[in-house]
Design a binder for this molecule. Structure first.
Ligand SMILES: [Zn+2]
Length: 297
């Protein structure tokens, strides 16, 4: 057991969260959400994405969000960039980090982007090459690391293979996503056993959805493996497009409560995150998915 003394939170509420919400927020509120979270001490934050507005209207005008933000020193402002055009926009508007994404499931990749996993990753090579020139760190997401809505259980070796490909392409950080939240501590262990053969724990993060209420258990399991980067979303923003009514990302407040209780340092003020969670839920007219946020009401 080597539970880390310090953990970094990667706040994904303003992108992964909001893009799965029914309500589309105006730019000013997206900016305020990001500023509130960085004021709470969050230093890694996803602020939007440059995908087609037709597909993801919630993320339209991410360029304006980047331009209007009051930036804080030492904070990474990350955007999802599916192609080179998106990457160029990200550079133009001073994103300090970009993210690319792949899945560990062939059927998921086929259904979503109509190509093989290998082809899907090759499309990102142009981005990682340009990013190196501009000295911009690239984060790589691997989704469906435990289960896939189309083919069920995913082979941990496949996860390791996709993660390794992204790592070799130059991603400094690989975020392992349990997209449909079906993982348990045992399936996480089996997956991490394989992935850690290929990638050092320093370069890994876990991204747990709480669809079946297993996210904190899976995060704890990952901490036991020495992983010290955790993705989460304030108020548990987001949803799960593959399970109706199901919750999305694990709430940042709930992760912080667990870490605080374990005396693990994060540098984040949990009370400010709770307040922000309650505030954003009112703006979105939705229920707070954070247990801690509800308890501290
Ligand atoms: Zn997510």
């Amino acid at each position: 057991m080597s539970i880390p003394k310090k953990v970094s939170i990667i706040e994904v509420g303003a992108r992964d969260g909001l893009q799965n919400e029914k309500t589309t927020l105006p730019v000013a509120l997206r900016v305020e959400l990001i500023e509130r979270l960085t004021q709470a001490g969050i230093t890694n934050i996803e602020v939007g994405s440059f995908v087609s507005e037709k597909w993801v209207p919630q993320m339209a005008n991410t360029d304006q969000v980047l331009d209007q933000l009051t930036r804080k020193d030492g904070v990474q402002y990350s955007v999802l960039t599916p192609n080179l055009k998106g990457f160029e926009k990200a550079v133009q508007h001073n994103a300090t980090e970009v993210a690319i994404f792949g899945a560990a499931s062939e059927s998921f990749t086929q259904k979503n982007i109509n190509c093989s996993i290998k082809e899907s990753l090759q499309r990102f090579e142009a981005i990682t090459q340009q990013a190196q020139k501009h000295n911009i760190p690239v984060r790589g997401y691997v989704s469906t690391i435990i289960g896939c809505p189309y083919e069920g259980a995913i082979d941990p070796k496949k996860v390791a293979e996709v993660a390794k490909t992204l790592f070799q392409m130059g991603c400094y950080d690989i975020s392992l996503g349990d997209t449909i939240g079906v993982g348990t501590p045992l399936t996480f262990q089996k997956m991490l056993d394989e992935v850690l053969k290929e990638i050092p724990k320093e370069n890994l993060a876990v991204h747990c959805h709480n669809t079946y209420g297993q996210a904190l258990a899976n995060i704890y399991t990952s901490l036991e493996y020495g992983i010290h980067k955790v993705d989460s979303a304030v108020a548990g923003l987001g949803g799960c497009p593959y399970a109706k009514g199901a919750s999305g990302n694990i709430a940042t407040e709930d992760v912080l409560y667990m870490l605080n209780g374990m005396n693990i340092e994060t540098g984040i003020d949990i009370n400010k995150v709770i307040e922000t969670g309650q505030w954003i839920c009112k703006k979105l007219n939705r229920e707070n998915q954070s247990k801690v946020g509800l308890a501290k009401h």
